[in-house]
Design a protein around this ligand. Sequence first.
Ligand code: KIV
Length: 271
Amino acid sequence: MSVHKEVKRITTNTILEMKQKGEKIAMLTSYDYSMATIVDEGGIDVILVGDSASNVMAGHETTLPITLDQMIYHAASVVRAVKRALVVVDLPFGSYQGNSKEALNSAIRIMKESGAHAVKLEGGLEIKESVERIINAGIPVMGHLGLTPQSIYKFGTYTVRAKEEAEAAKLKSDILVLQEAGCFSVVLEKIPAQLALEVTKSVKIPTIGIGAGSNCDGQVLVINDMIGLTKGFKPRFLRQYLNLFEEINGAVQSYVKDVKAGDFPNEKEQY
Ligand code: KIV
């Protein structure tokens, strides 16, 4: 008899059922093995290997520079750690826009080389063909509407999107396009809470909000922001649960002091 307790894995069906049951979906990003182990053991439903790795891991100003190879490296590290959560990986900028064959090839590389469970793409009607082609190949797709950081140079600012009627109307129609194309859920980033409520009610697939209010079917945050590793980043939508920047900084200062004083290592810490 096996002594190992079976872990019930979260699938895209689980996520859909959670919306039907009115159970909120908790999603966080992760980019490496150690963090993904902690996040998975913490009971998260979905881990997003976000292209925010470009910002928080690589120090770029935007998400645009990260490559498909780099996303696969991060995703494979996360997948090796995860026993329960659904792992979703961002297709990076330039790996799917305007070419559905390339989009499919990029998605296939992510699935084959990282072992992840789904991919995420930014956009609505303009990426419909790519979304359909990827889903037809058997790869689950999560959409992403509202503030789509890969289009930051089109927007010019990271401010709240779809406050004007025309943009709100496009978002309302885009989410239906994504549902029709077969997406299993959609991220709504930085849009008014009332609009998020309306679109969440208009679809059967779950919406996962970031800066989109409490009426989405789930919530997502960038782990580095949520645990206070990102210095000086405190947008209104962010709830910071820890201040790890301060904690780690304090630990480093203590270590430096101990080494300089000849206090580390002590007798018990040597062979
Ligand atoms: O890349 C990312 O971390 C994301 C989330 C902000 C949703 O897309």
